[in-house]
Design a binder for this molecule. Structure first.
Ligand SMILES: [Zn+2]
Ligand SMILES: [Zn+2]
Length: 360
């Protein structure tokens, strides 16, 4: 058995065997106006919040929690007292200090109003994927949900589809579509695939569309029945029915879902998310690490030199080997679980045996 005690200094391991998840997807943008202003001597100034002065401070804090971070920033500009309230608000300070770039991306992509400070801070403080036990290195742009790479590609709730597809699959009217939060595809800013039809370049979250469709049609079976009439090809119907599936149980590893239940089909894979850090109770900031050892394992597989016994240990018999091995390569892990993983990673042992000692 490998043991963490056998490993050399963790910094050395991270230096040799880790890479950052943002290396495969980067849309981070600067927004100068969200940077911390210079410190001011606010307590020495007289100021007012207008009618809000009548409210106790704890109620004002609750109201600030419900604002999005851009509105909170504007509130801070309204008066010296407003500034003092906002800049002493712990959730705001955490977000601006730890997640300034992703917050700026939300502003730039015009979706920041969909995320309250409370929701964003909740995502910051929880490193876990909303839908599985793995580390969630990304934030869904339309729902404040933290998610992992595998769930981004396979979980129907996280998929984004165009308005035309929403109408086809869920039979929603223009008016109902208007109720859904949307993400405009902005070439040069978002990294979604350019839509061939410029009049239909807003994309919607399947989970929100499904919720409205359930209210309208009454049941998943009725929605599926409508899809069978409207879908003009087997491929369209298969995808539509996939959108109706429930997410996998929250304790299941999405990578190990049997092939028979697995479908990865998403033109906008990852386009509805941004890399998002996490902040632990003890103040540690994580972005997630990808394992270079797992990348090495995938290379060995593609050269057909990965030993059968190692392959059998990694891939269940009912899963395609390339899917699982590639998924392991793309899996981001928080620092602690990354170091634990390295102690058991075949590729890491092959790449850097001087760092990873195995005692069987
Ligand atoms: Zn996940
Ligand atoms: Zn690995």
């Amino acid at each position: 058995m490998s043991n963490l005690m056998d490993l050399s200094d963790s910094e050395l391991i991270i230096k040799h065997l880790a890479s950052a998840p943002s290396s495969f997807k980067e849309i981070l943008v600067e927004l100068a106006s969200l940077r911390q202003p210079a410190e001011l001597d606010l307590l020495a100034r007289s100021s007012t919040l207008g009618v809000l002065n009548r409210l106790p401070p704890e109620i004002i804090t609750i109201i600030l929690d419900m604002l999005d971070i851009q509105s909170m920033f504007r509130f801070s500009m309204s008066s010296y007292m407003g500034y003092a309230y906002v800049h002493s608000h712990r959730k705001y300070r955490d977000l601006i200090t730890v997640a300034l770039h992703p917050v700026a991306s939300l502003v730039k992509l015009r979706v920041v109003h969909l995320h309250s400070v409370r929701e964003l801070h909740g995502a910051l403080r929880s490193g876990k994927c909303t839908y599985c036990p793995e580390y969630g290195a990304f934030l869904s742009l339309l729902s404040s949900e933290r998610c992992c790479w595998e769930c981004l590609g396979t979980n129907p709730s996280l998929k984004l589809i165009s308005g035309a597809s929403i109408r086809q699959y869920f039979a929603l009217s223009e008016e109902e579509l208007y109720q859904l939060p949307g993400l405009r595809n902005m070439p040069g800013i978002s990294h979604m695939v350019a839509d061939p039809n410029p009049s239909d370049s807003t994309f919607f979250n399947v989970k929100a569309a499904k919720a409205i469709a359930l209210t309208k049609h009454g049941s998943v079976e009725k929605i599926a029945e409508g899809m069978r009439k409207r879908c003009y090809s087997t491929a369209h119907l298969t995808f539509g029915l996939h959108l109706l599936r429930e997410p996998i149980p929250p304790d299941q590893d999405p990578l190990l879902v049997p092939d028979s239940d697995y479908l990865r089909y998403d033109l906008f894979y990852g386009g509805g998310s941004i890399p998002f850090p996490s902040l632990s109770k003890s103040g540690n900031i994580d972005h997630g690490f990808l394992c270079l050892g797992c990348r090495h394992t995938r290379t060995l597989l593609s050269r057909s030199v990965l030993p059968d016994e190692e392959l059998a240990a990694l891939v269940p018999s009912n899963c395609r080997k390339r899917r699982v091995i590639y998924g392991l390569e793309m899996r981001a892990r928080a620092r602690g679980s990354f170091l634990n993983h390295i102690a058991h990673c075949y590729g890491a042992r092959q790449m850097a045996p001087w760092l990873v000692t195995q005692n069987d």
